[in-house]
Write a protein that binds this ligand. Structure first.
Ligand code: FAD
Length: 455
Protein backbone atom coordinates (compact mmCIF):
# COMPACT_ATOMS: atom_id res chain seq x y z
CA UNK A 1 0.00 0.00 0.00
CA UNK A 2 1.36 3.38 -1.00
CA UNK A 3 -0.22 6.34 0.75
CA UNK A 4 0.91 9.86 1.52
CA UNK A 5 -0.50 9.34 5.02
CA UNK A 6 0.55 6.68 7.50
CA UNK A 7 -2.99 6.37 8.81
CA UNK A 8 -6.55 5.75 7.83
CA UNK A 9 -8.46 8.97 8.42
CA UNK A 10 -12.04 8.57 9.58
CA UNK A 11 -13.36 11.68 7.81
CA UNK A 12 -16.96 11.65 9.14
CA UNK A 13 -15.62 12.69 12.55
CA UNK A 14 -13.36 15.47 11.25
CA UNK A 15 -15.80 18.22 12.37
CA UNK A 16 -15.49 16.92 15.94
CA UNK A 17 -11.74 17.48 15.77
CA UNK A 18 -12.28 21.04 14.51
CA UNK A 19 -14.47 21.90 17.49
CA UNK A 20 -12.32 20.13 20.06
CA UNK A 21 -14.66 17.29 20.99
CA UNK A 22 -12.11 14.76 19.76
CA UNK A 23 -8.34 14.92 19.84
CA UNK A 24 -6.88 14.72 16.30
CA UNK A 25 -5.21 11.34 16.66
CA UNK A 26 -8.52 9.71 17.64
CA UNK A 27 -9.72 9.66 14.03
CA UNK A 28 -6.34 8.63 12.61
CA UNK A 29 -5.93 4.88 12.80
CA UNK A 30 -2.34 3.80 12.07
CA UNK A 31 -2.14 1.68 8.91
CA UNK A 32 0.62 -0.42 10.42
CA UNK A 33 -1.73 -1.46 13.24
CA UNK A 34 -4.69 -2.37 11.09
CA UNK A 35 -2.91 -3.81 8.04
CA UNK A 36 -0.59 -6.28 9.67
CA UNK A 37 1.48 -8.10 7.09
CA UNK A 38 1.01 -5.44 4.43
CA UNK A 39 4.01 -3.65 2.95
CA UNK A 40 3.19 0.00 3.61
CA UNK A 41 5.12 2.77 1.86
CA UNK A 42 4.75 6.42 2.85
CA UNK A 43 4.73 8.45 -0.33
CA UNK A 44 2.78 10.41 -2.88
CA UNK A 45 2.28 8.55 -6.15
CA UNK A 46 3.34 10.72 -9.06
CA UNK A 47 3.87 8.23 -11.88
CA UNK A 48 1.76 5.39 -13.18
CA UNK A 49 2.84 3.68 -16.36
CA UNK A 50 -0.06 1.56 -17.49
CA UNK A 51 1.82 -0.11 -20.33
CA UNK A 52 4.83 -1.01 -18.19
CA UNK A 53 2.58 -1.77 -15.19
CA UNK A 54 4.73 0.28 -12.88
CA UNK A 55 4.00 2.88 -10.24
CA UNK A 56 6.38 5.39 -8.66
CA UNK A 57 6.16 7.71 -5.71
CA UNK A 58 8.05 10.37 -3.80
CA UNK A 59 8.39 10.11 -0.03
CA UNK A 60 8.14 13.06 2.39
CA UNK A 61 11.94 13.52 2.36
CA UNK A 62 12.11 13.56 -1.42
CA UNK A 63 13.29 9.96 -1.84
CA UNK A 64 11.79 7.96 -4.68
CA UNK A 65 10.27 4.51 -4.85
CA UNK A 66 9.00 2.39 -7.70
CA UNK A 67 7.32 -1.01 -8.06
CA UNK A 68 5.91 -3.22 -10.81
CA UNK A 69 2.38 -4.43 -10.29
CA UNK A 70 0.27 -7.40 -11.33
CA UNK A 71 -2.91 -5.72 -10.12
CA UNK A 72 -3.37 -2.04 -9.34
CA UNK A 73 -6.09 -0.78 -7.00
CA UNK A 74 -6.71 2.93 -7.45
CA UNK A 75 -8.42 4.32 -4.36
CA UNK A 76 -6.97 7.84 -4.25
CA UNK A 77 -10.21 9.39 -2.99
CA UNK A 78 -11.04 13.03 -3.55
CA UNK A 79 -9.90 16.55 -2.87
CA UNK A 80 -11.43 20.03 -2.55
CA UNK A 81 -13.65 21.40 -5.23
CA UNK A 82 -12.57 24.97 -5.88
CA UNK A 83 -14.90 27.35 -7.71
CA UNK A 84 -13.52 30.35 -9.60
CA UNK A 85 -14.61 32.97 -7.07
CA UNK A 86 -12.13 35.82 -6.55
CA UNK A 87 -10.30 35.61 -3.25
CA UNK A 88 -11.46 32.13 -2.26
CA UNK A 89 -8.10 30.46 -2.94
CA UNK A 90 -6.37 33.10 -0.80
CA UNK A 91 -8.77 33.59 2.09
CA UNK A 92 -10.90 30.45 2.45
CA UNK A 93 -9.93 27.36 4.37
CA UNK A 94 -10.84 23.90 3.19
CA UNK A 95 -12.01 21.14 5.42
CA UNK A 96 -10.88 17.72 4.29
CA UNK A 97 -7.70 16.86 6.12
CA UNK A 98 -6.42 16.56 9.66
CA UNK A 99 -4.12 19.62 9.40
CA UNK A 100 -7.10 21.66 8.17
CA UNK A 101 -9.20 20.53 11.13
CA UNK A 102 -6.37 21.29 13.58
CA UNK A 103 -5.90 24.68 11.95
CA UNK A 104 -9.62 25.46 12.14
CA UNK A 105 -9.84 24.48 15.80
CA UNK A 106 -7.00 26.84 16.69
CA UNK A 107 -8.38 29.54 14.43
CA UNK A 108 -11.85 29.49 16.00
CA UNK A 109 -10.46 29.72 19.52
CA UNK A 110 -8.05 32.45 18.44
CA UNK A 111 -10.81 34.59 16.92
CA UNK A 112 -12.68 34.58 20.22
CA UNK A 113 -9.50 35.44 22.14
CA UNK A 114 -8.63 38.29 19.75
CA UNK A 115 -12.19 39.61 19.83
CA UNK A 116 -12.06 39.58 23.59
CA UNK A 117 -8.81 41.56 23.62
CA UNK A 118 -9.94 44.13 21.05
CA UNK A 119 -11.26 47.56 22.07
CA UNK A 120 -12.95 48.08 18.69
CA UNK A 121 -16.56 46.76 18.55
CA UNK A 122 -16.42 46.52 14.73
CA UNK A 123 -13.38 44.28 14.92
CA UNK A 124 -14.95 42.26 17.71
CA UNK A 125 -18.02 41.64 15.54
CA UNK A 126 -15.89 40.67 12.53
CA UNK A 127 -13.83 38.25 14.65
CA UNK A 128 -17.04 36.65 15.92
CA UNK A 129 -18.52 36.23 12.44
CA UNK A 130 -17.91 32.86 10.80
CA UNK A 131 -18.93 32.16 7.20
CA UNK A 132 -19.31 28.57 5.97
CA UNK A 133 -19.93 27.94 2.29
CA UNK A 134 -21.63 24.65 1.42
CA UNK A 135 -24.50 23.14 3.38
CA UNK A 136 -23.83 19.49 2.62
CA UNK A 137 -23.14 17.25 5.61
CA UNK A 138 -19.65 18.67 6.12
CA UNK A 139 -20.65 22.35 6.13
CA UNK A 140 -23.78 21.65 8.17
CA UNK A 141 -21.84 19.72 10.81
CA UNK A 142 -19.08 22.34 10.99
CA UNK A 143 -21.56 25.22 11.35
CA UNK A 144 -23.77 23.42 13.90
CA UNK A 145 -20.86 22.32 16.09
CA UNK A 146 -18.74 25.44 15.51
CA UNK A 147 -21.59 27.69 16.62
CA UNK A 148 -21.83 25.80 19.91
CA UNK A 149 -18.09 26.03 20.54
CA UNK A 150 -17.70 29.74 19.74
CA UNK A 151 -20.82 30.72 21.71
CA UNK A 152 -19.53 28.81 24.74
CA UNK A 153 -16.14 30.52 24.47
CA UNK A 154 -17.65 33.98 23.99
CA UNK A 155 -20.01 33.56 26.96
CA UNK A 156 -17.06 32.96 29.23
CA UNK A 157 -15.51 36.34 28.33
CA UNK A 158 -17.03 39.42 29.96
CA UNK A 159 -15.77 41.78 27.22
CA UNK A 160 -17.87 39.94 24.63
CA UNK A 161 -21.14 40.05 26.53
CA UNK A 162 -22.83 42.39 24.06
CA UNK A 163 -21.19 41.15 20.89
CA UNK A 164 -23.23 38.64 18.90
CA UNK A 165 -21.62 35.44 17.65
CA UNK A 166 -22.70 35.06 14.01
CA UNK A 167 -22.46 31.92 11.91
CA UNK A 168 -23.61 32.13 8.29
CA UNK A 169 -24.21 28.95 6.28
CA UNK A 170 -24.46 29.54 2.53
CA UNK A 171 -25.57 27.19 -0.22
CA UNK A 172 -26.88 27.62 -3.74
CA UNK A 173 -29.39 24.82 -3.10
CA UNK A 174 -32.85 25.64 -1.71
CA UNK A 175 -32.25 23.72 1.55
CA UNK A 176 -29.49 22.45 3.79
CA UNK A 177 -28.32 18.87 3.19
CA UNK A 178 -29.67 19.14 -0.37
CA UNK A 179 -28.53 15.64 -1.34
CA UNK A 180 -30.05 13.92 1.67
CA UNK A 181 -33.59 13.11 2.72
CA UNK A 182 -36.00 16.01 3.46
CA UNK A 183 -36.46 14.80 7.06
CA UNK A 184 -32.73 15.08 7.75
CA UNK A 185 -32.75 18.53 6.23
CA UNK A 186 -35.66 19.66 8.44
CA UNK A 187 -33.97 18.38 11.60
CA UNK A 188 -30.66 20.01 10.73
CA UNK A 189 -32.37 23.31 9.86
CA UNK A 190 -34.18 23.35 13.21
CA UNK A 191 -31.01 22.65 15.19
CA UNK A 192 -28.98 25.20 13.22
CA UNK A 193 -31.61 27.89 13.84
CA UNK A 194 -31.77 27.03 17.56
CA UNK A 195 -28.03 27.64 17.69
CA UNK A 196 -28.38 30.97 15.92
CA UNK A 197 -26.86 29.90 12.60
CA UNK A 198 -28.13 32.12 9.77
CA UNK A 199 -29.03 29.86 6.85
CA UNK A 200 -28.63 31.56 3.47
CA UNK A 201 -30.03 29.19 0.85
CA UNK A 202 -29.86 29.95 -2.88
CA UNK A 203 -26.92 32.21 -2.13
CA UNK A 204 -23.20 32.05 -2.49
CA UNK A 205 -20.12 34.26 -2.38
CA UNK A 206 -19.04 36.56 -5.15
CA UNK A 207 -15.77 37.61 -3.54
CA UNK A 208 -13.59 37.00 -0.52
CA UNK A 209 -11.37 39.82 0.69
CA UNK A 210 -9.15 40.44 3.69
CA UNK A 211 -11.51 40.64 6.65
CA UNK A 212 -14.74 40.49 4.66
CA UNK A 213 -16.77 38.59 2.07
CA UNK A 214 -19.35 39.71 -0.46
CA UNK A 215 -22.47 37.56 -0.79
CA UNK A 216 -24.31 37.00 -4.06
CA UNK A 217 -27.03 39.35 -2.75
CA UNK A 218 -24.44 42.15 -2.80
CA UNK A 219 -24.27 42.30 1.00
CA UNK A 220 -20.79 42.65 2.46
CA UNK A 221 -20.10 40.78 5.68
CA UNK A 222 -17.09 41.58 7.83
CA UNK A 223 -15.57 38.25 8.87
CA UNK A 224 -12.14 36.78 9.51
CA UNK A 225 -13.28 33.20 8.96
CA UNK A 226 -14.31 31.65 5.66
CA UNK A 227 -14.73 27.87 5.68
CA UNK A 228 -14.96 26.16 2.31
CA UNK A 229 -17.15 23.04 2.33
CA UNK A 230 -18.41 23.21 -1.23
CA UNK A 231 -17.81 19.58 -1.98
CA UNK A 232 -15.13 17.39 -3.34
CA UNK A 233 -13.82 16.26 -6.66
CA UNK A 234 -11.88 13.09 -7.47
CA UNK A 235 -8.16 13.19 -6.80
CA UNK A 236 -6.37 14.64 -9.87
CA UNK A 237 -4.23 11.49 -9.99
CA UNK A 238 -7.18 9.81 -11.71
CA UNK A 239 -7.72 12.41 -14.42
CA UNK A 240 -4.02 12.43 -15.23
CA UNK A 241 -4.08 8.74 -16.13
CA UNK A 242 -5.61 9.41 -19.52
CA UNK A 243 -8.29 6.75 -19.08
CA UNK A 244 -12.01 7.51 -19.60
CA UNK A 245 -13.60 9.35 -16.68
CA UNK A 246 -17.03 10.54 -15.65
CA UNK A 247 -16.85 13.90 -13.85
CA UNK A 248 -13.24 13.10 -13.00
CA UNK A 249 -13.97 9.62 -11.63
CA UNK A 250 -12.40 6.63 -13.35
CA UNK A 251 -15.02 4.68 -15.29
CA UNK A 252 -15.22 1.09 -14.09
CA UNK A 253 -17.59 -1.82 -14.62
CA UNK A 254 -19.87 -3.24 -11.92
CA UNK A 255 -16.98 -5.56 -10.93
CA UNK A 256 -14.81 -2.42 -10.34
CA UNK A 257 -12.48 -3.33 -13.22
CA UNK A 258 -11.39 -0.66 -15.72
CA UNK A 259 -12.73 -1.57 -19.19
CA UNK A 260 -9.84 -2.82 -21.33
CA UNK A 261 -7.56 -3.00 -18.29
CA UNK A 262 -8.70 -5.89 -16.12
CA UNK A 263 -5.50 -5.51 -14.07
CA UNK A 264 -6.66 -2.08 -12.83
CA UNK A 265 -9.40 -1.87 -10.23
CA UNK A 266 -10.75 1.39 -8.88
CA UNK A 267 -13.11 2.11 -6.03
CA UNK A 268 -14.37 4.77 -3.64
CA UNK A 269 -14.54 8.47 -4.48
CA UNK A 270 -12.01 8.04 -7.29
CA UNK A 271 -14.19 5.61 -9.26
CA UNK A 272 -17.49 5.95 -11.09
CA UNK A 273 -18.97 2.65 -9.94
CA UNK A 274 -22.40 1.99 -11.45
CA UNK A 275 -25.11 2.02 -8.79
CA UNK A 276 -27.77 -0.52 -9.72
CA UNK A 277 -30.20 1.12 -7.26
CA UNK A 278 -30.05 4.36 -9.27
CA UNK A 279 -30.24 3.09 -12.82
CA UNK A 280 -26.47 2.74 -13.18
CA UNK A 281 -25.58 6.32 -12.19
CA UNK A 282 -22.26 6.48 -10.31
CA UNK A 283 -22.45 5.70 -6.61
CA UNK A 284 -22.38 8.72 -4.31
CA UNK A 285 -19.03 9.76 -2.86
CA UNK A 286 -19.61 8.34 0.59
CA UNK A 287 -17.69 6.20 3.01
CA UNK A 288 -20.61 3.77 2.99
CA UNK A 289 -19.91 2.93 -0.66
CA UNK A 290 -16.12 3.25 -0.44
CA UNK A 291 -15.67 0.68 2.33
CA UNK A 292 -17.97 -1.84 0.68
CA UNK A 293 -16.30 -1.37 -2.68
CA UNK A 294 -12.92 -1.87 -0.98
CA UNK A 295 -14.00 -5.27 0.27
CA UNK A 296 -15.35 -6.21 -3.18
CA UNK A 297 -12.09 -5.08 -4.82
CA UNK A 298 -10.13 -7.43 -2.56
CA UNK A 299 -12.49 -10.31 -3.26
CA UNK A 300 -12.36 -9.78 -7.03
CA UNK A 301 -8.58 -9.62 -7.03
CA UNK A 302 -8.45 -12.94 -5.19
CA UNK A 303 -10.92 -14.32 -7.75
CA UNK A 304 -8.71 -13.14 -10.62
CA UNK A 305 -5.97 -15.40 -9.21
CA UNK A 306 -8.37 -18.32 -8.94
CA UNK A 307 -9.44 -17.93 -5.30
CA UNK A 308 -13.21 -17.64 -4.97
CA UNK A 309 -15.57 -16.04 -7.49
CA UNK A 310 -15.78 -12.45 -8.57
CA UNK A 311 -19.01 -10.54 -8.10
CA UNK A 312 -20.52 -7.16 -8.91
CA UNK A 313 -21.21 -4.16 -6.71
CA UNK A 314 -24.69 -4.07 -5.21
CA UNK A 315 -25.58 -1.99 -2.21
CA UNK A 316 -28.71 -0.25 -0.99
CA UNK A 317 -28.16 2.88 1.12
CA UNK A 318 -28.74 2.03 4.76
CA UNK A 319 -29.48 5.66 5.63
CA UNK A 320 -27.39 8.61 6.73
CA UNK A 321 -26.24 10.09 9.99
CA UNK A 322 -25.42 13.77 10.53
CA UNK A 323 -23.66 14.62 13.77
CA UNK A 324 -24.75 18.04 14.99
CA UNK A 325 -22.89 18.02 18.31
CA UNK A 326 -24.04 17.61 21.90
CA UNK A 327 -27.20 15.55 22.15
CA UNK A 328 -28.34 16.45 18.64
CA UNK A 329 -28.07 14.60 15.37
CA UNK A 330 -30.17 13.81 12.34
CA UNK A 331 -30.35 10.23 11.15
CA UNK A 332 -32.49 7.95 9.03
CA UNK A 333 -31.27 4.41 9.67
CA UNK A 334 -33.04 2.05 7.27
CA UNK A 335 -35.22 5.00 6.24
CA UNK A 336 -36.59 5.72 9.75
CA UNK A 337 -36.20 9.47 10.42
CA UNK A 338 -34.74 10.25 13.87
CA UNK A 339 -33.69 13.45 15.59
CA UNK A 340 -32.45 14.59 19.00
CA UNK A 341 -31.02 12.16 21.53
CA UNK A 342 -32.09 8.90 19.78
CA UNK A 343 -30.43 10.12 16.57
CA UNK A 344 -27.31 11.10 18.53
CA UNK A 345 -27.08 7.61 20.05
CA UNK A 346 -27.53 5.95 16.65
CA UNK A 347 -25.03 8.33 15.03
CA UNK A 348 -22.30 7.78 17.56
CA UNK A 349 -22.88 4.03 17.72
CA UNK A 350 -22.66 3.89 13.94
CA UNK A 351 -19.37 5.81 13.94
CA UNK A 352 -17.89 3.58 16.63
CA UNK A 353 -18.86 0.45 14.72
CA UNK A 354 -17.57 1.84 11.42
CA UNK A 355 -14.16 2.90 12.68
CA UNK A 356 -11.42 0.34 12.06
CA UNK A 357 -9.78 1.14 15.42
CA UNK A 358 -9.42 3.75 18.20
CA UNK A 359 -13.00 3.06 19.37
CA UNK A 360 -12.21 3.20 23.07
CA UNK A 361 -10.26 6.42 22.63
CA UNK A 362 -13.11 8.07 20.70
CA UNK A 363 -15.73 6.94 23.21
CA UNK A 364 -13.57 8.22 26.08
CA UNK A 365 -13.27 11.64 24.45
CA UNK A 366 -17.06 11.80 24.07
CA UNK A 367 -17.56 10.90 27.72
CA UNK A 368 -14.98 13.48 28.80
CA UNK A 369 -16.59 16.15 26.64
CA UNK A 370 -20.01 15.43 28.15
CA UNK A 371 -18.71 15.43 31.71
CA UNK A 372 -15.73 17.75 32.11
CA UNK A 373 -16.08 19.95 29.00
CA UNK A 374 -13.54 20.97 26.39
CA UNK A 375 -10.08 22.43 26.63
CA UNK A 376 -10.28 25.67 24.65
CA UNK A 377 -6.65 26.40 23.96
CA UNK A 378 -4.98 27.25 20.69
CA UNK A 379 -1.38 26.50 19.85
CA UNK A 380 -1.24 27.94 16.33
CA UNK A 381 0.90 25.00 15.26
CA UNK A 382 -0.71 24.65 11.84
CA UNK A 383 -0.71 28.05 10.20
CA UNK A 384 -3.04 29.11 7.41
CA UNK A 385 -0.36 29.01 4.73
CA UNK A 386 0.26 25.36 5.51
CA UNK A 387 -3.29 24.34 4.60
CA UNK A 388 -3.92 26.10 1.29
CA UNK A 389 -6.87 25.29 -0.89
CA UNK A 390 -5.66 23.52 -4.03
CA UNK A 391 -5.40 26.76 -5.96
CA UNK A 392 -2.94 25.46 -8.50
CA UNK A 393 -5.24 22.71 -9.70
CA UNK A 394 -8.75 24.15 -9.94
CA UNK A 395 -11.58 21.95 -11.13
CA UNK A 396 -11.49 21.50 -14.90
CA UNK A 397 -14.14 23.66 -16.61
CA UNK A 398 -16.13 20.67 -17.84
CA UNK A 399 -16.16 18.89 -14.49
CA UNK A 400 -19.68 19.96 -13.65
CA UNK A 401 -21.10 18.97 -17.01
CA UNK A 402 -23.40 16.03 -17.46
CA UNK A 403 -21.71 12.66 -17.23
CA UNK A 404 -19.31 12.53 -20.14
CA UNK A 405 -16.18 10.76 -21.00
CA UNK A 406 -13.91 13.68 -20.36
CA UNK A 407 -12.40 14.55 -23.74
CA UNK A 408 -9.90 16.90 -22.15
CA UNK A 409 -7.86 14.06 -20.70
CA UNK A 410 -4.22 13.89 -21.68
CA UNK A 411 -3.56 11.06 -24.07
CA UNK A 412 -0.34 9.97 -22.44
CA UNK A 413 -0.56 6.84 -20.38
CA UNK A 414 2.08 7.70 -17.88
CA UNK A 415 1.74 10.61 -15.52
CA UNK A 416 4.20 12.71 -13.59
CA UNK A 417 3.24 15.02 -10.78
CA UNK A 418 5.04 17.37 -8.46
CA UNK A 419 5.37 16.96 -4.73
CA UNK A 420 2.35 18.66 -3.18
CA UNK A 421 4.60 20.83 -1.05
CA UNK A 422 5.74 22.66 -4.16
CA UNK A 423 2.12 23.58 -4.93
CA UNK A 424 1.82 26.08 -2.16
CA UNK A 425 0.72 29.46 -3.33
CA UNK A 426 1.39 32.68 -1.49
CA UNK A 427 -1.71 33.46 0.55
CA UNK A 428 -2.57 36.00 3.10
CA UNK A 429 -1.83 34.25 6.35
CA UNK A 430 -4.25 34.44 9.20
CA UNK A 431 -2.90 37.65 10.66
CA UNK A 432 -3.70 36.42 14.11
CA UNK A 433 -1.46 33.35 14.01
CA UNK A 434 1.02 34.16 16.74
CA UNK A 435 3.20 31.07 16.77
CA UNK A 436 5.88 30.02 14.32
CA UNK A 437 4.50 27.20 12.21
CA UNK A 438 6.02 23.84 11.51
CA UNK A 439 5.24 21.99 8.31
CA UNK A 440 4.52 18.67 9.90
CA UNK A 441 3.24 17.48 13.22
CA UNK A 442 4.13 14.23 14.80
CA UNK A 443 1.87 12.61 17.36
CA UNK A 444 3.56 9.90 19.35
CA UNK A 445 2.02 8.09 22.24
CA UNK A 446 2.75 4.67 23.57
CA UNK A 447 3.11 2.30 20.65
CA UNK A 448 0.88 4.32 18.33
CA UNK A 449 2.37 6.79 15.91
CA UNK A 450 0.59 8.74 13.22
CA UNK A 451 1.71 11.90 11.54
CA UNK A 452 -0.55 14.70 10.36
CA UNK A 453 1.47 15.86 7.37
CA UNK A 454 0.60 18.76 5.17
CA UNK A 455 -2.03 17.87 2.57
C1 FAD B 1 -15.39 16.21 6.31
C2 FAD B 1 -16.00 15.00 5.65
C3 FAD B 1 -17.02 14.32 6.28
C4 FAD B 1 -17.57 13.18 5.70
N1 FAD B 1 -18.59 12.53 6.34
C5 FAD B 1 -19.12 11.42 5.79
C6 FAD B 1 -20.17 10.71 6.44
O1 FAD B 1 -20.62 11.12 7.52
N2 FAD B 1 -20.64 9.57 5.86
C7 FAD B 1 -20.14 9.09 4.67
O2 FAD B 1 -20.60 8.05 4.19
N3 FAD B 1 -19.17 9.76 4.01
C8 FAD B 1 -18.64 10.90 4.55
N4 FAD B 1 -17.65 11.57 3.89
C9 FAD B 1 -17.17 11.06 2.60
C10 FAD B 1 -16.20 9.92 2.83
O3 FAD B 1 -15.24 10.29 3.78
C11 FAD B 1 -15.53 9.56 1.52
O4 FAD B 1 -16.53 9.18 0.60
C12 FAD B 1 -14.56 8.39 1.71
O5 FAD B 1 -13.50 8.76 2.58
C13 FAD B 1 -13.96 7.95 0.38
O6 FAD B 1 -13.08 6.92 0.63
P1 FAD B 1 -11.87 6.65 -0.38
O7 FAD B 1 -11.15 5.47 0.16
O8 FAD B 1 -12.35 6.60 -1.77
O9 FAD B 1 -10.95 7.95 -0.29
P2 FAD B 1 -10.21 8.61 0.94
O10 FAD B 1 -10.83 8.22 2.22
O11 FAD B 1 -10.12 10.05 0.59
O12 FAD B 1 -8.77 7.95 0.88
C14 FAD B 1 -7.90 8.23 -0.19
C15 FAD B 1 -6.49 7.90 0.24
O13 FAD B 1 -5.65 8.03 -0.87
C16 FAD B 1 -4.48 8.73 -0.50
N5 FAD B 1 -3.95 9.39 -1.70
C17 FAD B 1 -4.56 10.28 -2.51
N6 FAD B 1 -3.75 10.64 -3.52
C18 FAD B 1 -2.59 9.96 -3.35
C19 FAD B 1 -1.36 9.90 -4.06
N7 FAD B 1 -1.13 10.60 -5.17
N8 FAD B 1 -0.39 9.10 -3.58
C20 FAD B 1 -0.57 8.38 -2.44
N9 FAD B 1 -1.71 8.38 -1.74
C21 FAD B 1 -2.72 9.17 -2.19
C22 FAD B 1 -4.93 9.69 0.58
O14 FAD B 1 -3.84 10.05 1.42
C23 FAD B 1 -5.97 8.85 1.32
O15 FAD B 1 -5.41 8.11 2.36
C24 FAD B 1 -17.09 12.72 4.44
C25 FAD B 1 -16.05 13.41 3.81
C26 FAD B 1 -15.51 14.54 4.41
C27 FAD B 1 -14.40 15.27 3.70
Amino acid sequence: MIDQQDHFLYLPLLPEVAVGTLEPRRIAVPLADSLRGADIRLGSVDQIDIDERSIAWVDPDGGRGQVQYDRLVLAAGSTHKLLPIPGVAEYAHGFRSLPEAIYLRDHLVRQVELASASMDPAEQRARLTFVTVGAGYTGTEVAAQGATLTSLLAESRPTLRNIPVRWLLLDLAPRVLPELDQALSRTATRVLRQRGVEIHTEQSLTEAMPGKVRLSTGEEVAAHTLIWCVGVRPDPLVAELGLPTDKGRLIVGPDLGVPGHPEIIACGDAAAVPDHTRGGAPTAMTAQHATRQGRLAARNIAASFGYGRSSTYRHHDLGFVVELGGADAAANPLGVPLSGFPAAIITRSYHLLSMPGNRLRVATDWVLDATVGRQATQFGIVRGEHVPLEATRPAPPNENADPVTNPAQPSKRSIRRCDSSSHETPRKPDSSGPVEGVPRLRFLRGRRAVQAGRP
